[in-house]
Design a protein around this ligand. Structure first.
Ligand code: ATP
Ligand code: MG
Length: 234
């Protein structure tokens, strides 16, 4: 589904990613783990076209994504649930969801998808007129996921969905992601909550200082002494 080959990227003169090669197959849940500053968010920005790569190649279902603007990337079936959720706090829940359907192909299916999202997350339906900024952290994450689903994606990119949430809410957010996955979506998820994300994912990649240090099945990664010591405090 998604393939990256030898991707380099950075900001101005600063190189943040070095020769990243990875893949996500249809129906998989793939985790990217790594410390603060490892390049996880940068990687998702590259995939969703928010940041251009400096070299390398990327395809989505065979369509080359290099130098495609973000709205065209969305049209290939990729949707990004960004770090920190990035809702419009002074707009209602429903208007935030509407914003996710701005590409032409999604506009036609607006009502159908809204109904699906309200069925998936009844809480959002209850609170559809509430300003997004007044939702609880877990509800905001639900709204951000709902917004991403409005474009009718195949692959969802999650950037630390559990960030800044209390442990009990973190468990709920993982439950949400699990549900999205069971609905048939393919998932690429970045998390610092290594143990929880590897329990949920099929495979994982460990990023260190902009490079893929290790990759393997989630079970292999959970069993790796390096990962346990450095990222799970064991
Ligand atoms: N807009 C930017 N301009 C310059 N450097 C940036 C910019 N955004 C990120 N960087 C740098 O790129 C590197 C990778 O950052 P990135 O945000 O991808 O890390 P991350 O793995 O997502 O970290 P975190 O877990 O803290 O979110 C860091 O050294 C960061 O300082
Ligand atoms: Mg980040």
């Amino acid at each position: 589904m998604l393939e990256l080959a030898n991707v380099d990227a950075g900001y101005g003169g600063f190189q943040a990613l070095f020769g990243i090669s990875m893949s996500v197959k249809p129906g998989e849940a793939v985790a990217v783990i790594g410390a603060n500053g490892a390049g996880k968010t940068t990687l998702l920005r590259i995939i969703s076209g928010l940041l251009p790569m400096s070299s390398g190649a990327m395809t989505m279902n065979g369509v080359p994504l290099r130098e495609i603007p973000p709205h065209k990337v969305i049209a290939t079936g990729i949707a990004h649930v960004p770090e920190g959720r990035r809702l419009f706090p002074r707009l209602s829940v429903e208007n935030n969801l509407k914003i996710g359907a701005y590409i032409p192909s999604a506009r036609a299916k607006f009502s159908e998808r809204l109904a699906f999202i309200y069925e998936l997350f009844p809480r959002l339906k209850e609170r559809r007129s509430q300003l997004a900024g007044t939702l609880s952290g877990g509800e905001q994450q639900m709204c951000a996921i709902g917004r991403a689903l409005m474009s009718g994606p195949k692959l969802l990119l999650f950037d630390e969905p559990s960030m800044g949430l209390a442990p009990v809410i973190v468990a709920q957010v993982f439950e949400l992601v699990r549900r999205i996955r069971s609905e048939g979506y393919t998932v690429l998820i970045v998390e610092q909550n290594v143990r929880q994300v590897l329990k949920f994912a099929d495979r994982g990649y460990l990023l260190e200082a902009g490079r893929i240090k290790t990759s393997g099945t989630a079970a292999e990664m959970l069993a790796s002494d390096d990962i346990r010591e450095a990222y799970m405090g064991l």
